[in-house]
Design a protein around this ligand. Structure first.
Ligand code: SF4
Ligand code: SF4
Length: 185
């Protein structure tokens, strides 16, 4: 078994283009652009803030199957569904991985629903993605996020982590009744 934590999608070392970064996001840009072609703003907006990449996975090295636990990185704040010390996280979590257009296709532990993974595999975003729904809450409403679903790693060792392997709920396939759907982007 090996343990995987991840991420740092915000500080990709792409060239800054202030003009492009200041421009409004074009509808459906993720269907027309590759990860490499996106400007900083487009790249940032692609993250749905599900934070499933802050949850610890366990890889069975015999089968190569990844199992998601309900244990998060120690810096993850499950209530706000975000990193509690993003600026200084590398001091505490040196293996927090930086997502880049180059490494996304190689990171097999990225959740199947991760927007970067989807775009890298030529797929469209799900209805709950804020770029599609227009609502940052929709990722949580869809059961697609780690909000209020994890506890911090603490002193858990591998044996303890294995006991925390969890079947996460499948995200809702469509918006629940009463949630207005945004016009198609
Ligand atoms: S969209 Fe991907 S990078 Fe962003 S929080 Fe979700 S899993 Fe992490
Ligand atoms: S350091 Fe922060 S961003 Fe990195 S995995 Fe932990 S909670 Fe997530």
């Amino acid at each position: 078994m090996s343990k995987t934590t991840l991420l740092d999608y915000r500080n990709s070392r792409r060239k800054r283009d202030p003009e492009a970064d200041a421009a409004p996001l074009e509808d459906g840009y993720w269907r027309r652009k590759t990860l490499t072609q996106m400007n900083e703003r487009e790249w940032e907006a692609l993250c749905d803030r599900c934070s499933k990449c802050c949850v610890i996975s366990i890889e069975d090295t015999d089968t190569n199957i990844l199992h998601l636990t309900d244990v998060s990185c120690k810096l993850f704040d499950t209530k706000s569904c975000g990193c509690s010390d993003y600026e200084n996280r590398k001091q505490y979590v040196p293996d927090c991985v930086k997502l880049t257009p180059k490494n996304v296709p190689k990171l097999d532990w990225l959740p199947q629903t991760c927007a970067y993974r989807l775009v890298s595999e030529g797929q469209d975003l799900f209805w709950w993605h804020p770029l599609v729904s227009g609502d940052p809450e929709s990722v949580h409403i869809a059961n697609a996020s780690a909000r209020n679903r994890t506890r911090p790693e603490g002193r858990l060792k591998m044996a303890g982590l294995i006991k925390r392997i969890t079947a996460w709920p499948a995200p809702l396939e469509k918006p629940p009744k009463g949630r207005r759907k945004r016009k198609k982007r």
